[in-house]
Write a protein that binds this ligand. Structure first.
Ligand code: ADP
Ligand code: PAZ
Ligand code: K
Length: 245
């Protein structure tokens, strides 16, 4: 008995095949280069070979892409379900507009939520998200352009800054354009997270998403990195669904 879990993000398609006690059998992450439905079609043979009993899907790619993805999944003749934010979930309540909250943010929170804790979940993906959860109640949060989106914005928004590659390794002041750009961008994110830790001293901070390891290096506040938080949320969501059936 195995399940296939899909996370369709704005940059990468991630999938995990897990057995019935949640052990990961295989997983992968691929940049979909803004063609997620096409990438998924290329993966259907692999998914078919993995022969899962069920496919659980998190997607923040909108109705049109989701319809294409649903069509590809339907061709596998394996039951599948897209997760939608449940404003009345037994494990998690939220002040956020349930119709607008990204299902990835909601699942990342669901994957970590602990009613005995005050938690801050930082999603380090294409957009960087910060969500505050007080004893299993989601207070709300913030959305930032990721370090890459910020660099692209400077490239397209200015005449003289044409920096399109380089590493984000320091927040010390730069003495050339490339360093000023990379350190300024990194400082904007690190500074924002530090400000949230200053305002919420008794919160437990967890980073997830592709850029979590990079950002964690620059945070002095103790943090946890959990790279498969969304996966935990998917498993919890469908386990809970079975339990409440
Ligand atoms: N423009 C880019 N160039 C190189 N790598 C990128 C770019 N945008 C994102 N990434 C990488 O892709 C990953 C995106 O993280 P991920 O959590 O998979 O995002 P999402 O869930 O938004 O698809 C990060 O590891 C980041 O380093
Ligand atoms: C903020 C996000 C783009 C993050 O997506 P990601 O970076 O993981 O691809 C996604 O959660 C989303 O589309 N949210 C909808 C808007 C909101 O959460 O208010
Ligand atoms: K957009």
């Amino acid at each position: 008995m195995s399940n296939l879990w899909l996370d369709l993000g704005n940059t990468r398609l991630k999938y995990w095949l897990a057995d019935d006690i949640g052990q990961i059998i295989t997983s992968d992450a691929k940049q979909h280069l803004q063609a997620p439905a096409e990438l998924l079609i290329g993966l259907t043979d692999r998914f078919s070979a993995l022969a899962p009993e069920f496919i659980g899907v998190s997607s923040v790619l909108g109705e049109e892409v989701n319809a294409q993805v649903a069509e590809s999944l339907a061709s596998l003749a394996i039951p599948f379900e897209f997760v939608h934010v449940d404003a009345h979930h037994p494990l998690l309540t939220s002040d956020y507009d349930a119709g607008q909250l990204g299902v990835d943010r909601w699942l990342q929170i669901l994957g970590a939520v602990d009613r005995k804790k005050r938690q801050c979940i930082v999603g380090c993906g294409t957009a960087l998200t910060i969500d505050l959860v007080d004893h299993a109640h989601h207070l709300g949060g913030y959305i930032f352009p990721s370090i890459y989106l910020q660099r692209e914005a400077l490239f397209s928004g200015t005449k003289q800054i044409s920096i399109s590659e380089g590493t984000f390794t320091s927040i010390s002041e730069g003495v050339n354009t490339s360093d000023a750009v990379h350190r300024g961008i990194l400082l904007s994110i690190v500074g924002a997270i530090n400000e949230i830790t200053r305002r919420n001293p008794n919160y437990e901070f967890t980073l997830t998403g592709g850029d979590a390891p990079l950002l964690a290096q620059h945070l002095n506040h103790p943090i946890h990195i959990k790279d498969s938080l969304l996966l935990n949320g998917l498993m919890r969501y469908f386990d809970q669904q079975n339990e409440s059936r």
